[in-house]
Design a protein around this ligand. Structure first.
Ligand code: ADP
Length: 488
């Protein structure tokens, strides 16, 4: 695959530990495949618990030197990393599309989005301010300082193989924490390319480590990371199921945790909304990465008066989406990541149809075969269907009808999840009121694309704890220490 690249040096097939490109102990590898063609792109090390221990030890040993650098020195390294990521956008995007399947234009977008976290935290490194607190007792001075928490373990998913790493690694490095990254098994090559660029940017040995491992090793690597005393912070993005395992195991060492877990985003369209804007919002938010995005609207709740018009206009647009290999020009929807992802989408559609949903467009495997699925609109969906209770994570719009505002809020909140939500309304007061009432960490009002490095990303309820991005994102890697100075 390296012949596609301007800089073939970005395609690495070894793991990166303590500043060296290494194989797994025992030499085992596993295959990384193109989800659109099933062609093997690379073989990467099959690392396990012993490799993980080695990486944690390297990170712990390197910590002191990184911590002692000034924030500006750390920021300068991050700035160089940012410049290199930007400079190599096209190559990074190609690697991303090859292993993840998303259209090349989206991959370029993700590289830019991923890079923006590195840029932002290169700047924020300098702003880890403490406070001087007026003392209630004479003769004392009260001060807080912020210090890096220590080695951070970063476990990331395949749907945003670059951005989910930079969103964690950039604030960690800015704060003064070394990182041990375990990328998703499907998408290790983007992580290794980022490590190559981090090395070129001058990130010292041991400060950024990448462990590649197949699904069969994820549990042992996860256990090592969550039970190691040397790891003081664990940041995870992925399923609620795995998040709960990591949270439970991290209890053994009382780790600081950030968890970005599953969502089940509602998107409410009121009958006074600008329908064209609402449909554009749905298309932008729903079909990115073929719907495999944790902030994708999973349940479209549409008010009864505009329901028919909304569904038919949406279906027309959805039927026109171009499906194909992500490297082909004009393609808007790639394959699903793997057979498991496809199976879930099929199961959800079958369940909905069996319980009375109408297939307005799509609804089946795509003629391209493999893990391609037709962009789909299901009408007349009801809350007893899987498309209401679980995240479908595919190119399927499930549309539900509601009558009144209170009913929409109740439906929106009838889930253990609370990541993103969207409201489209002509009356801004109603939009605001409903946004306040929805149990979610993020709400788009008349807007479907809400993610940005400068705003806090995260969920409530079983969608997780902590926030990434923004000013608060660096606090996840800092401890506040209180100093009380007496004898004045
Ligand atoms: P998805 O269903 O989107 O693949 P997962 O939560 O299964 O989400 O995967 C997200 C990340 O968690 C991946 O890097 C995966 O390898 C990792 N993972 C899966 N199982 C475990 C586990 N038991 N411990 C630690 N990490 C795990």
């Amino acid at each position: 695959a390296s012949e596609f690249l301007d800089d073939p040096g970005l395609l690495r097939d070894e793991a990166y530990v303590n500043g060296k490109w290494v194989k797994a102990k025992g030499g085992k590898t596993y295959e990384v495949t193109d989800p659109a063609t099933h062609v093997v792109i690379a073989k990467v090390p099959s690392m396990g618990a012993a490799d993980t221990r080695g990486a944690i030890e390297a990170a712990a040993a390197a910590w002191e030197g990184w911590k002692q650098k000034t924030p500006k020195q750390r920021g300068d390294v991050l700035r160089r990393w940012y410049d290199l990521i930007q400079h190599h956008t096209m190559d990074l995007a190609k690697i991303l599309t090859l292993e993840n399947g998303k259209p090349l234009a989206e991959s370029r977008g993700e590289v830019g989005y991923g890079a923006s976290f590195v840029e932002f935290y290169a700047e924020e490194a300098k702003r880890a301010y403490g406070e001087v607190i007026p003392s209630p007792i004479p003769g004392r001075r009260l001060v807080t300082i912020k210090q890096p928490v220590g080695v951070a373990a970063l476990v990331t998913p395949w749907n945003f193989p670059i951005a989910m790493i930079t969103r964690k690694a950039a604030p960690a490095l800015a704060a003064g924490c070394p990182v041990v990254i375990k990328p998703a098994e499907d998408t290790p090559l983007s992580a290794l390319a980022l490590a190559e660029l981090a090395e070129r940017a001058g990130v010292p040995p041991g400060i950024l480590n990448v462990l590649t491992c197949p699904r069969e090793h994820a549990a042992e690597v996860g256990l090592e990371l969550s039970t190691s005393l040397n790891v003081r912070k664990l940041s995870f993005t992925g399923s609620t199921k795995v998040g709960k395992i990591l949270m439970r195991d991290s209890a053994s060492t009382v780790k600081k945790l950030s968890l970005e877990l599953g969502g089940n985003a509602p998107l409410i369209v009121f009958d006074d909304a600008d329908i064209e804007n609402a449909i554009n919002g749905v298309l932008a938010a729903k079909f990115r990465n073929a719907g495999q995005t944790c902030v994708s609207p999973n349940r479209l709740l549409v008010q009864s008066r505009i329901y028919d018009e909304f569904v038919s206009t949406l279906a027309e647009k959805v039927a026109n989406l171009q499906v194909g290999h992500g490297l082909q020009p004009g393609v808007q929807i790639g394959p699903l990541i793997n057979p498991g992802g496809l199976e879930k989408v099929q199961r959800h559609v079958h369940d909905a149809v069996k319980k009375g949903a109408q297939v307005v467009t799509g609804g089946d495997l795509h003629a391209l075969g493999g893990t391609f699925f037709e962009p789909t609109v299901l009408g007349d969906c009801r809350p007893d269907m899987l498309v209401f209770t679980e995240e479908t994570f595919g190119p399927v719009c499930s549309v539900f009808k509601f009558q009144a505002e209170a009913e929409a809020i109740e439906m929106a909140n009838a889930t253990p999840f609370g990541l993103a939500a969207y409201v489209f309304a002509g009356d801004v007061g109603k939009g605001w009121r409903v946004a306040e009432a929805i149990e979610a960490g993020m709400v788009g009002v008349n807007e479907g694309m809400i993610s940005t490095a400068v705003a806090p990303f995260g969920g409530v309820k079983e969608s997780g704890v902590g926030r990434e991005g923004a000013k608060v994102g660096i606090d996840e890697y800092l401890e506040t220490k209180y100093l009380c100075l007496g004898s004045f």
